[in-house]
Design a protein around this ligand. Structure first.
Ligand SMILES: C[S@@+](CC[C@H](N)C(=O)[O-])C[C@H]1O[C@@H](n2cnc3c(N)ncnc32)[C@H](O)[C@@H]1O
Length: 512
């Protein structure tokens, strides 16, 4: 019997972001107990002499969070009994991942305020604990809007902000109205609550109606998948003209409180309002996606935590359908549990993932960017096959590996290039000149058969890399191959891309 494949243990996986305060040194319960008498009763020593706490005791986990925020982050913090109690090292990982996204050069890297200074984030469902704004503001100086729906969350989030005068100017707590209107409610440093009045923006029902019919085909999925019927999430909460660098969310993961269950090994609290929403996290995050389709570049990055890998897959497919420019995922390992981070953007990419042409003559490639959402790689493969077959070439396709092996003769080339000549406005600066003869009019067409492989690769959602590779290196027919590939690029772009081929005849500038 072959040896069983060993499952990668959680221990082998990176569990903490390298910039996380606790990456080198986990919290020292013994030290904290000696410094904070209120924490001391919760610490006991196991047989190996190591200080421990009872993770099933809500009071112990809450006191640990309180002293960690105080000791390591200079933050004053508290939540009432039963509210969701965050673990500081885990929540910090999400903040640092966003920091990585913001500093990456994948998308245009300008600050939302245009002043290059304060990063502005939106925490969807900040909770009573208000943990992300508190950490983001104290660790990185970011400013936040933290939204929530429940009175207890709004009241305690505001208290937690007010208890920290050094960062309170950076955080606004915003009420999401689940009723007819969305009103804004801010807590200022001196404790005044300000009702900003009714929003002129659409409330939830209207927001749903306002979406264009196919709403980038999210409907396709929502018919079979879960849909959200709750208070507004982003649309109707974000104000007209507001810009953010990112949004983040630790969504209500579960559909029922029974499903949420009680993890017998820990007690982090969590009320039904915090943990549960109809349709669970899939529905909640799908709403964020729907809202992002409307809000587009109002946020540089949209992000959410995802609790289940199966949901992550569904959500990534939804994102592929709505034409985002980039999707990023990460894994957060938290003790024995795994969570995932999902991020997407509608900002233009700052750099090409791969250059649109490669330098080898016998391998050519181009990207199909801005693929219309109703098309997939399979459609492109089929069209390419039709393109070659209609010219009489012999095609052998492998649909599961997304390639076609093609053999063409001089006559096939003639057929393809003849068509090409009719559609090309400017002469291609290559060795093949239009000749005053019959057929394609091209001299130097291959005298022997030409075999090549046409392959398709998904780069990012909405972007395919199309590659053609000649079977024989240093073939004398490279030029003809290149011309034929140009023709194919035109045809595919014309058919599948929002921006048609005429706008990007980049192959003439092919670097060799
Ligand atoms: C799992 S808790 C997360 C709390 C906190 N961010 C954390 O990570 O510990 C989810 C929060 O989302 C809030 N929530 C539910 N629906 C919401 C909505 N439509 N808009 C804003 N917050 C919402 C809940 O009240 C709850 O506080």
């Amino acid at each position: 019997m072959p040896p069983k494949k060993k499952r990668k243990r959680a221990v082998d996986r990176p569990t903490i972001h390298p910039r996380n305060k606790y990456s080198d040194k986990p919290p020292d319960f013994g030290l904290l107990a000696s410094l904070y008498p209120s924490f001391e009763p919760f610490v006991f020593y196991s047989r190996d002499g190591r200080p421990r706490i009872d993770w099933t005791d809500f009071n112990a986990t809450r006191e640990l969070t309180r002293v960690l925020l105080l000791h390591d982050h200079d933050l004053h913090w508290w939540i009432p009994d039963g509210q969701l109690c965050p673990t500081v090292p885990n929540r910090s990982n999400y903040i640092h991942w966003i920091e990585d996204l913001l500093s990456s050069d994948i998308i245009t890297n300008s600050n939302s305020n245009g002043d290059g200074e304060v990063i502005r984030g939106f925490d969807i469902g900040t909770g009573a604990n208000c943990i992300y704004p508190l950490l983001g503001a104290s660790l990185l100086g970011w400013s936040f809007v933290g939204s929530d729906v429940t009175d207890v969350a709004l009241e305690w989030a505001a208290r937690n902000v007010k208890s920290n005068p050094h960062i309170c100017d950076l955080i606004e707590i915003r009420k999401v109205d689940s009723g007819e209107k969305t009103s804004y409610w801010e807590e200022t440093c001196n404790g005044q609550s300000i009702d900003m009045g009714s929003s002129t923006q659409v409330h939830e029902t209207e927001a749903v109606k306002a979406e264009p019919a196919p709403s980038s085909s999210l409907k396709l999925h929502s018919d079979v998948n879960k849909s959200y019927h709750g208070p507004p999430v982003l649309l109707g909460v974000v104000r007209d003209g507001e810009k953010f660098d990112f949004c983040m969310c630790n969504p209500p993961f579960f559909e029922t409180i029974e499903e949420a269950g009680l993890n017998p090994k820990t007690s982090c609290g969590g009320t039904p309002e915090e943990m549960v929403c109809p349709g669970g996290e899939e529905a909640f995050i799908s709403r964020i996606i729907q809202d992002s389709v409307q809000l587009k570049q109002s946020f540089r990055w949209y992000t959410s935590m995802v609790g289940r890998k199966s949901n992550l897959k569904v959500l990534v497919s939804k994102l592929r359908e709505v034409g985002v420019t980039i999707v990023k995922t990460t894994e957060f390992v938290q003790g024995q549990t795994c969570r995932w981070g999902l991020a997407w953007s509608f900002m233009p990419p700052a750099r090409k993932i791969i250059s649109s042409h490669v330098t080898q003559k016998n391998i050519l490639s181009f990207t199909l960017e801005g693929l219309q959402c109703q098309y997939s790689a399979m459609h492109v493969l089929q069209s390419a096959e039709a393109f070659f077959c209609s010219a009489g070439a012999s095609c052998k396709s492998n649909a599961s590996a997304f390639y076609i092996d093609i053999t063409t003769t001089k006559d096939h080339f003639d057929a393809i290039l003849n068509n090409n000549v009719q559609n090309v406005d400017e002469p291609a600066p290559c060795q093949y000149k239009k000749a005053p003869s019959n057929g394609s009019g091209y001299s130097h067409l291959p005298s022997t058969d030409l075999s090549f492989r046409f392959s398709i690769f998904q780069q990012v959602p909405g972007t395919l890399l199309v590659r053609g590779s000649l079977q024989h290196r240093d073939s004398p027919s490279e030029g003809a191959f290149s011309l034929m590939f140009q023709r194919l690029e035109e045809v595919l772009k014309e058919k599948f891309c929002r921006e048609k081929a005429s706008s990007g005849r980049s192959y003439y500038n092919q670097a060799r």
